[in-house]
Design a protein around this ligand. Sequence first.
Ligand SMILES: [Ca+2]
Length: 324
Amino acid sequence: MFGSQRLLAVAAAAVPAGERFMWVPDSEGNLHMVDLLDVEPEDTPVPFFNGEKDVDLRLYTQNNPSTPEYILQSDPSKSPSFNPANPTRFILHGWTSSHKQMDPIRQAYIDTGKDWNIVLVDWNGPATSEYSISKRNSRRVGEYLAEVILHLEAERGLNLDDVYIIGHSLGGQASGVAGNRLGGRVARIVGLDAAAPLFGTTSLKNRLDPTDAKIVQGIHTNGGLLGWDDPLGHVDFFPNGGSSQSGCILDVTGACSHNRAPPFYAESIINNEFVGTLCHSYKAYKKGNCDHYPQAVMGEWTPAETAGNYYLKTNSKKPYGLGA
Ligand SMILES: [Ca+2]
């Protein structure tokens, strides 16, 4: 980051909440000014959006662990390894990113040795616009994903009881849109620090909330800045309090903390030592006031009946999980 940008970042961080502009870092760490009042009517059409062209659905299985097949509604022969008998996971990246950001999650599923349909949803083109435009595009990505899931259900035997949608940042909000258009029938949606900027006035139809799946889990790592602060699911996890992550030094833009959520999830798949404790605040959790309350693991293996707000601490580097 250039020196002047760093100064601006510090200045932006010093601006009290409620101001009009904020700086949002892209996947390269460059800062972009976002006008928080630049909110279009919610259902503004998205011109030139072509789901099959703009969104790649990259399927990986134990047959093709690292070379994708592409799920196309128009040509099922491109994804012969899809097996409806296996659990399916759709994984969405965030703003200015690509499937590469979420590849460690693919690897973790493969490393379990179990059979899965792992689908990395790459929407890099629509994600790489001005933030407000990408925010609007993310709604269409969610709608397109819902169309594809309906197609897979009708034509290829996909069972929505075996489907999780996992999305980071803008991809987390897009996951909620997909779930909404599917009538909340998907088994689980996980919002990995689901995006906050410009979503403050967005209706529940177009952002992640508990009606979007049978179980919605929120994992909050930069709540109050780049990520959604309040609980948004049936169960919400707040690692290190949910706003600032261990080892993220001088994280004035929030990028380091925000981008911890995907590696937390990847680790949770293969080696889940993220043990949360039900509590009413991080302060109370740290004091030990909730030590006698229920515990649950965060991420892929959270038991279905888990509900409420869970707090945990993590390491500052891999492996992040600390155990009970
Ligand atoms: Ca919703």
